[in-house]
Design a protein around this ligand. Structure first.
Ligand code: ADP
Ligand code: MG
Length: 704
């Protein structure tokens, strides 16, 4: 159904060819409908006028409005460096308004002695206020303009756009579009749904999101438009889920056999925690459900996810299937291989490893064993997903530290058998359940919320670089007690070379203070050859080295229970979840462990809060919450990507969790009644679903 809203935005008064191109390139706005869905992200109260004297540094860079008289103008510079200053004053103070372009046009509208309403971002320098390129309107003209509620939207923009279109410019073209389009807006939701969820009409919502008639109407408009987006996403996800359920009957794994039983009865190195038992039961239930399992396992660092992975793999093997486990790094894959080989030694079980660094013989052994069905468990890195890795009968896949993999990588494992295997993805990064569902499609979620017994909470301290001697004294003491120490340096892509230099310098000063032969210091980072990395990890694991100097490659998974100190250099450069992950490398044995956060003296407020939070709590879920607050939910763990992927302009799956739950329930009910959205009354829903279907690259739960 062609609609007026599908027309190109270039037909809107004030847009035209050139701006239409710019809008498409910068903001993805192609049609008039897209323009109307370009919602303000903030509103300012245009009835509020600030006295100049009241504008202080706290208001730096927020939009404010002043009412002031022009006292003079000045020109300076020439050519491209030209600038135009307008000096204004109100009863409380003075300010300078500055223009660097469009001068010819602006100077015409300025009259010395006249009073103006001026709207823009103040910047305060040495007590002097200035505004660059503010909006300016004579008091008379401003009075004639009608923004009923006084609230004016601030639109998302880009640098390129703002040089041709100010916020007011965007507002103007949206107004022009609205004047023409308002009568063409077709309701997308069935009436019954509007009533049930107490939603205002689409037309009212669009009107109020751009031109709020009151605070209450604006709130209602936001709620309605968020609901649309969340419903669209949920319709897509639920449809996908039922499709998956239908197409992918899961492998049936009813037997609890020889492998599982003998391991459980004879080889279990420790009693399982209650949480581990519960999760294994949840997995077992999926294995006999006739549906393919698609489960996310969240558990804090050190909570014992690997044991759950192993025992569930044994169940798959007992039922005649192969299992594989994919880890994000070489080191981690080798470690899993070592642990699992050791724990299953003596059982009638073949475990193989395959990584990018596998030598020819190891590779051949793995590939042949996997193809013939002789190998029961294959452990590796993303080398596992290469096409030449052909399983005889893959039934179960574990993906460790899943956030490290792209979705395509994970999805590829699905095609390793005619019928997709059961999939368990494990993560130590807690994400709210609702967000997980939006991000990863229709995953079921299990949580290990209990640490193995006997763990002493890790003590965390923050030292400034100036306290380095104190740190070294502490390290000497710990080594004297027979303990081992990690020293980790940040590695950030943009400044990789500098980071390696920091690590190199740090390493050299450590070996001066911890000289051979009394001390052994190993080093491990991404620029080393795989076998060298492996060798230094081995030295550390086997306690041939006292100190391991490393980049954040050791972040995930490395397990050395005798290591009790984690020193994190330039800790202010790490995010909270990464700091927490790193800290999780210690505290794995019975001894008291420590995490020392080293930082420079100069810290941003946020960095200080992060380090403080680390010192205060060991609880990963609390830190994740805090992280969300500090960074804004938009930035956490893929929320932002999910916003982009699912085309979300206004809804935020984390912050709007309640509305998401409503939308989800609603999607389930709608699809139960009309699974293909074929009914006429659901035409609008179908379009909504298409708009929010999400991109394939985030689509973990299905490959077509
Ligand atoms: P993560 O969940 O971070 O992957 P691991 O699986 O590496 O954690 O387990 C962390 C450590 O705890 C390992 O040394 C493991 O052997 C040990 N562990 C796991 N489960 C238990 C348990 N139930 N009791 C005691 N120790 C356990
Ligand atoms: Mg792990």
């Amino acid at each position: 159904m062609a609609s007026y809203l599908d027309n190109s935005v270039k037909f809107v008064a004030g847009v035209g060819e050139a701006r239409a191109k710019l809008l498409e390139k910068e903001l993805g706005i192609i049609t008039i409908g897209d323009l109307l869905r370009h919602y303000p992200f903030r509103y300012i109260d245009r009835t509020k006028i600030y006295p100049i004297a009241a504008i202080n540094e706290q208001l730096n860079s927020t939009m404010v409005q002043i009412r002031a008289k022009v006292t003079g103008v000045a020109y300076s510079g020439t050519g491209r460096k030209q600038r135009f200053s307008v000096f204004v004053a109100d009863a409380t103070g003075t300010a300078e308004l500055l223009w660097f372009n469009g001068i010819k046009w602006i100077e015409k509208s300025i009259e010395v002695g006249r009073e103006y309403i001026i709207f823009g971002k103040p910047s305060i320098f040495r007590g002097e206020m200035s505004m660059v390129h503010p909006e300016i309107e004579s008091v008379e003209k401003a009075a004639s303009r009608s923004v009923q509620s006084g609230m004016q939207g601030i639109y998302p923009s880009t640098e390129k756009i703002s040089s041709s279109l100010s916020n007011k410019g965007i507002y103007t073209i949206v107004s022009n579009a609205w004047a023409k389009a308002a009568d063409h807006i077709v309701e997308t939701l069935p009436q019954s749904l509007l009533r049930k969820h107490r939603l205002i009409s689409l037309r009212e919502a669009l009107h109020n999101i751009h031109f709020p008639q009151s605070e209450a109407m604006l709130a209602a408009a936001k709620r309605r438009l968020k609901f649309d987006e969340l419903l669209g996403v949920q319709l897509a996800i639920q449809a996908r889920r039922s499709d998956r359920m239908e197409r992918n009957t899961g492998f049936m794994m009813p037997r609890v056999g020889e492998n599982f039983n003998s391991f459980y009865n004879e080889r279990l190195p420790f009693p399982l925690t209650g949480a581990q038992k519960r999760v294994i039961k949840e997995i077992r239930k999926d294995m006999v459900s006739h549906h393919q399992m698609n489960r996310l396992l969240q558990g804090d660092v050190g909570s014992g996810k690997t044991m759950v992975a192993l025992m569930s793999m044994l169940l798959a093997i007992d039922n005649g299937y192969q299992a594989c486990m994919m880890a994000p790094t070489e080191i981690l894959a080798r470690q899993h291989f070592a642990t699992i080989s050791r724990q299953t030694a003596g059982m009638n079980l073949r475990v193989a490893i395959l990584t990018g660094a596998s030598k020819a013989a190891e590779r051949r052994k793995a590939l042949e064993g996997i193809a013939s069905g002789e190998v029961d468990i294959l452990i590796g890195t993303h080398a596992l997903i290469e096409d030449r890795v052909q399983f005889a009968n893959l039934g179960y896949v574990v993906i460790d530290e899943q956030h490290r993999f792209g979705v395509e990588q994970r999805a590829k494992l699905w095609t390793k058998n005619q019928q997709p295997p059961h999939i368990l993805v494990m993560t130590a990064t807690p994400i709210p359940r609702t967000l997980a569902m939006t991000l990863y499609g229709d995953l079921d979620v299990s949580v290990i919320d209990e640490l193995p017994p006997g763990r002493q909470p890790i003590r965390t301290y923050h030292y400034y670089d100036s306290a380095r001697l104190k740190l070294w004294g502490f390290m000497h003491k710990q080594i004297a007690l027979g303990r081992q120490i990690y020293v980790v340096y940040p590695l950030i892509k943009e400044s990789e070379n500098m980071d390696y230099k920091d690590l190199q310098d740090g390493f050299e000063s450590i070996i001066r203070d911890f000289p051979q032969p009394q001390y052994q210091v190993s080093v491990c980072h991404g620029q080393m050859k795989p076998q060298d990395k492996e060798e230094s990890m081995r030295q550390f694991k086997e306690h041939e080295a006292d100190i391991l100097v490393a980049t954040s490659v050791i972040e995930v998974g490395v397990d050395v229970p005798n290591a009790t100190v984690m020193v994190i250099e330039s800790a202010e450069r790490f995010g909270l979840s990464q700091l927490h992950q790193l800290r999780g490398r210690v505290g794995r044995g019975g001894e008291q462990s420590y995490c020392i956060l080293m930082s420079g003296e100069k810290l941003s407020k946020e960095a200080r809060q992060r380090l403080q939070a680390m010192c205060e709590t060991n609880d990963g879920f609390r830190l994740a919450e805090l992280d969300m607050k500090l960074r804004g939910a938009g930035d956490i763990n893929g929320t932002q990507q999910s916003g982009e992927a699912f085309n979300l302009a206004i809804a935020n799956p984390t912050l709007d969790a309640e509305l998401l739950a409503e939308a989800r329930q609603s999607a389930i009910e709608i699809l139960a009644d009309d699974s293909t959205l074929a009914k006429a009354e659901n035409a609008g829903l179908k379009a909504l679903r298409a708009r929010h279907a999400g991109m394939q690259r985030y689509d973990f739960s299905m490959i077509s």
